[in-house]
Write a protein that binds this ligand. Structure first.
Ligand SMILES: *[C@@H]1O[C@H](CO)[C@@H](O)[C@H](O)[C@H]1NC(C)=O
Ligand SMILES: *[C@@H]1O[C@H](CO)[C@@H](O)[C@H](O)[C@H]1NC(C)=O
Ligand SMILES: *[C@@H]1O[C@H](CO)[C@@H](O)[C@H](O)[C@H]1NC(C)=O
Ligand SMILES: *[C@@H]1O[C@H](CO)[C@@H](O)[C@H](O)[C@H]1NC(C)=O
Ligand SMILES: *[C@@H]1O[C@H](CO)[C@@H](O)[C@H](O)[C@H]1NC(C)=O
Ligand SMILES: *[C@@H]1O[C@H](CO)[C@@H](O)[C@H](O)[C@H]1NC(C)=O
Ligand SMILES: *[C@@H]1O[C@H](CO)[C@@H](O)[C@H](O)[C@H]1NC(C)=O
Length: 916
């Protein structure tokens, strides 16, 4: 069908539009009061907000992130709290046919009382609640009161109503210092503590709350599916507009105008609609020739083209108007699971181009849900993700569905979203009431966000298939029951509800899962973390993490990582007692949720396999430990990520290999809601916020850890990398995410002696670089190669030398330089360099950009710059310095002077005397 016969360019159709008014909105946010049920406390409250924030603002509790306050403030979550305020209703509201109380987010259990009448009860943090309150409002002063019930007590009560085999595990692990039975309530699962974070079971109105009044209708949701019809080469755009009911009033006729601003014109259509008492769904459909719009691409593959989509309802008498504007992108997305013999592939295609997924997992940006709407912080995170060449993040299932803002930014920055539903690491109840609650949550979430081109996948839960398959929580005792419950919730409730509103996106029942293989096996795969199928989560702190042969040869790594500590400057904001900053102090153990002290022992173990760590009681131990933990994390994640990229075209005989995704754990740090130390690894340090609430000046303390600097290189569009097998065999791969062949590329394999900046030998290999693939360039036994290239005899050569790799086209370097250390650094013969800062020069007159000059008399390893309390980031950090001098840029968040920066600036390297 010709799109112009069905849709036409909008001219000035509705001259009367400027007389119309939108539904009347009266915000009820602002200042409320809160008191406890026992009448001990009574204080002002901020809405949106939470009980923890209100108590902090009134100085009743200290900064929740300071010291051991997670434990010391736990009483807050065990009391019931009453929020209330008095408001005068806008007279205009009372004249309308329909008056609703709209609550976009209530955390979690609350009775809503309006002028003494109980009007509603809430029990799901993830739902938007809309209550008809027409009959309860009056002219003049009205009193709204909400009684919030302790989520900890509610979870316990719900657990008690079940047989105690329901809802395993009953509690989080002891080392989390958390609360029990969170799986019985629909609240952020990590609010009862997680391996990476503290328990703050908050309560409150965490999103906007307002009165909404109208005669006819308002647009509630708009869903859009954009599908490429390959036979006609058209985009089929399928739209559903959900209009609110009119309570059966006479005011039920109106017009819906749907318009899309494309590149060069506006395509529109008009529908006459009748509003039913319980609401109306208007369906619209249009086909747009493919050439008429430009496609949306993930970061690194093309532009993020977004078009304005405008849906406007106007009442028949022209008095009322409701408008919803969203941005849409034209792209196809597929999850490819093709048979490859002993396994199946598992990768995404966008616009038919296979995408190697590069990125991380994200956790909530705050323990206080009201802070999850912070645009500055989300922008910082997306900017930081884009800057280091990421194209996907996983919104992990133990947190929350994100605000619209999050998905809008993902669209804008080209970051694909792997979206879990909020079920994690537990068995869930499945009685009708619970399932209906979940159904509403899925409906609301999918309708709200499915139109975003960034959303790549829906996954029904985090690790619950694996939990049953591997009997993590003792479910083997009644395997069939847990399996049946699992199917009821994810397969029979969530999946069909998603498909009602979003048919075109990939869906998996869990992460990790064996995908199609798990489906064949009845949804609980025999080994859902195997490398032949689907995605995997992998953590092993008992084997050498710099040895690529320890990594699973997965199809798609959706979680992997290692712990590291944040900088000392960051830690000092959580305690001013230097005794706390000792590795096994009570303070440190409280913040190590991964088995307490045992977690630190694992970190020590991993570091010592590769580096010479001073003894735990040496004077500067903590400083060294922090620095080395960041080196260990950065190197391990670098090796693993590069390994996956290198193996994207290698199929091993057992069906493993063909890796097409590397999403490490994790981008952000929760205590860092204000601290924002980017990228920790599994667990820990996150869990260290280390900041005073009352030092809001530290608002943008977004320090990058070493790993984040490394990600920029190991996720670069083109990399050269070495896979050193345990046999000593080294394979050099050239990996390209570019869609075009690049001719005349030279890979330089340099042999470097640790004693000299000058290479001992160099080999140049010329290739035409193939698009979207990993190519094996050369394979050799590394010690033999070094020995035959001037590094001494066999067995000794690897102590003296290492491999340095560069790539260039005829004009310049096209990939970050890389290196391979043939043996653990602790065993290599590396001299101690004299490394120093020789200059600090202001480059931009606003005092925000500096050039820092460095000099060294020998190769320096893990060159690490810090600027104490001056916040900002470097052009590179933690790097291998292979030249006598180097310049690093520093970008300060706030203007600073050369003197201040010089005073604050420090540099260190692996063999710095102060550390050894
Ligand atoms: C209430 O919310 C609206 C919309 O977000 C905002 O403009 C307004 O400033 C808020 N009012 C108060 C008192 O916080
Ligand atoms: C509103 O009603 C609640 C419950 O009856 C009461 O506790 C509160 O004091 C009232 N607020 C005001 C400002 O009158
Ligand atoms: C309204 O109710 C009717 C009758 O029960 C039902 O068929 C229809 O689907 C409902 N409409 C909406 C939008 O829920
Ligand atoms: C929009 O118009 C310009 C100028 O005529 C043209 O070059 C471009 O291809 C058009 N864009 C699309 C998507 O049709
Ligand atoms: C949306 O469309 C309506 C009616 O077609 C128009 O009045 C309004 O200005 C448009 N809004 C935006 C933001 O483009
Ligand atoms: C939002 O985050 C930024 C840091 O990115 C911080 O400066 C600001 O205070 C936060 N805003 C609120 C309202 O918490
Ligand atoms: C499957 O794996 C087995 C052993 O792991 C191997 O012998 C066999 O050749 C593989 N089959 C295919 C089709 O690759």
């Amino acid at each position: 069908m010709d799109y112009r016969s069905k849709w036409f360019v909008l001219t000035v159709l509705y001259l009367f539009l400027h007389f119309t008014l939108p539904a009347v909105i009266q915000p009820l946010n602002g200042t409320w009061r809160v008191k406890d049920v026992g009448n001990i406390y009574s204080l002002p409250a901020t809405v949106p907000g939470s009980i923890y924030a209100d108590l902090m603002n009134s100085d009743i509790i200290g900064d929740i992130y300071y010291g051991n306050n997670d434990i010391d403030t736990r009483w807050v979550s065990k009391m019931d709290w009453i929020y209330s305020r008095v408001f005068d209703v806008d007279p205009e509201i009372l004249y309308q046919q329909n008056i609703n109380l709209v609550m976009e987010g209530i955390d979690t259990f609350a009775t809503v009382i309006l002028n003494g009448v109980e009007v509603a009860y809430t029990k799901n943090m993830f739902l938007r609640y809309i209550f008809d309150v027409k009959n309860y409002l009056k002219e003049g002063a009205n009193n709204i009161t909400m009684i919030f019930y302790s989520p900890v007590n509610k979870a316990r009560e719900l657990f008690d109503k079940h047989n105690n085999y329901v809802g395993l595990p009953q509690c989080v692990e002891d080392s989390y210092n958390g609360e029990c039975h969170v799986n019985f309530i629909r609240k952020m699962q990590s609010s009862f503590a997680w391996d990476w974070g503290p328990a703050f079971p908050s309560m409150g109105i965490w999103k906007p709350v307002f009165l909404e009044a109208y005669n006819y209708s308002v647009i509630r949701d708009v869903t859009i599916e954009i599908i490429h019809d390959t036979t006609t080469d058209m985009w089929d755009v399928d739209v559903n507009v959900y209009l609110a009911g009119n309570g059966g009033s006479q005011c039920n006729q109106g017009t819906l105008v749907i318009s899309l601003d494309t590149e060069n014109d506006t395509i529109s259509n008009v529908y006459e609609v009748n509003i039913a008492p319980n609401g109306t769904v208007q369906h619209a459909n249009v086909s747009i020739p493919k050439y008429h719009v430009r496609p949306w691409w993930p970061n690194g593959y093309g532009d993020q083209v977004l078009y304005k989509f405008n849906v406007t309802f106007t009442s028949a008498d022209g008095s009322e108007k409701s408008e919803k504007i969203i941005r849409v992108g034209f792209r196809t997305i597929e999850l490819i699971q093709d048979d490859v013999g002993n396994g199946t592939t598992f990768y995404f295609k966008v616009n038919s181009v296979p995408i190697f997924a590069k990125g991380t997992n994200i956790i909530p940006i705050s323990m206080l849900p009201e802070q999850l709407q912070n645009e500055t912080q989300w922008r910082f995170l997306f900017q930081s993700a884009k800057e280091v060449n990421m194209n996907m993040v996983r919104n992990w299932g133990g947190g929350t569905y994100k605000p619209d803002l999050f998905y809008e930014l993902a669209d804008e920055y080209g970051i694909l979203i792997w979206q879990d539903f909020m079920f994690a690491c537990a068995m869930y109840p499945v009685e009708d009431d619970f399932l209906e609650n979940v159904r509403q949550e899925v409906e609301g979430t999918v309708k709200r966000v499915q139109h975003h081109p960034s959303i790549a996948l829906w996954a029904a839960n985090n690790e619950n298939e694996a939990a049953i398959a591997y009997n993590w929580y003792g479910t083997d005792i009644n395997y069939n029951l847990y399996k049946a419950d699992y199917i009821k919730l994810y397969v029979e409730t969530i999946a069909p509800e998603v498909f009602l509103y979003d048919k075109s996106k990939p869906f998996t029942t869990s992460s990790p899962t064996n995908g199609v293989k798990s489906v064949q096996q009845g949804f609980i795969g025999t080994l859902p973390e195997c490398s032949q199928y689907g995605d995997t989560h992998y953590y092993d702190y008992s084997v050498d993490s710099w040895d690529a042969d320890t990594f699973p040869r997965t199809k798609f790594a959706s979680e992997y990582g290692f712990e590291s500590l944040p900088s000392l400057y960051t830690m000092r904001t959580a305690t001013n007692n230097s005794n706390d900053l000792q590795i096994f102090s009570k303070f440190m153990i409280n913040r190590q949720h991964h088995y307490g002290a045992e977690g630190y022992n694992q970190m020590l173990f991993l570091i010592k396999l590769r580096l010479r760590l001073p003894s735990v009681d040496s004077e500067n131990f903590m400083k060294t430990f922090i620095y080395y933990s960041q080196i260990q994390q950065a190197m391990a994640v670098k090796m693993q990520s590069e390994f996956y990229r290198a193996m994207q075209n290698t199929l091993f005989e057992d069906g493993s290999g063909l890796s097409m995704g590397a999403l490490y754990w994790q981008l952000n740090d929760v205590w860092a809601a204000r601290l924002h130390e980017i990228s920790i690894s599994k667990n820990l340090f996150t869990y260290v916020d280390f900041e005073y609430t009352y030092q809001h000046i530290l608002d943008s303390q977004n320090r990058w850890k070493m790993l984040h600097y490394y990600a920029k290189d190991f996720f670069a569009p083109v990399i050269v990398t070495g896979y050193l097998a345990r046999t000593g065999n080294l394979q050099i791969y050239l990996v390209s995410d570019k869609v075009d062949t690049i001719p005349n590329v030279t890979v330089n394999i340099r042999v470097q002696n640790w004693m000299s900046f000058e290479p001992v030998a160099e080999e140049k290999i010329k290739v035409d670089m193939q698009p979207l693939r990993s190519t094996l360039i050369k394979s050799f036994f590394v010690d033999n190669y070094l020995a035959s290239n001037g590094c001494g005899s066999l067995g000794i050569a690897s102590k003296h030398c290492f491999i340095y790799l560069t790539v260039n086209d005829p004009f310049s370097s096209i990939a970050p330089d890389n290196y391979v250390f043939p043996i653990p650094l602790k065993d290599a013969l590396i001299p101690t360099p004299a490394l120093k800062i020789v200059s600090v020069d202001m480059v931009s007159p606003d005092g925000k950009e500096y050039d820092i000059g460095l000099e060294s008399d020998n190769i320096a390893l893990y060159v690490w710059l810090e600027t104490a309390e001056i916040l900002g980031k470097f052009s590179k950090n933690g790097f291998l310095m292979l030249t006598p001098s180097a310049t690093v840029k520093f970008y300060a968040n706030e203007p600073t002077t050369t003197q201040q920066l010089t005073a604050a600036l420090t540099v260190t390297n692996l063999f710095d005397e102060q550390y050894l």
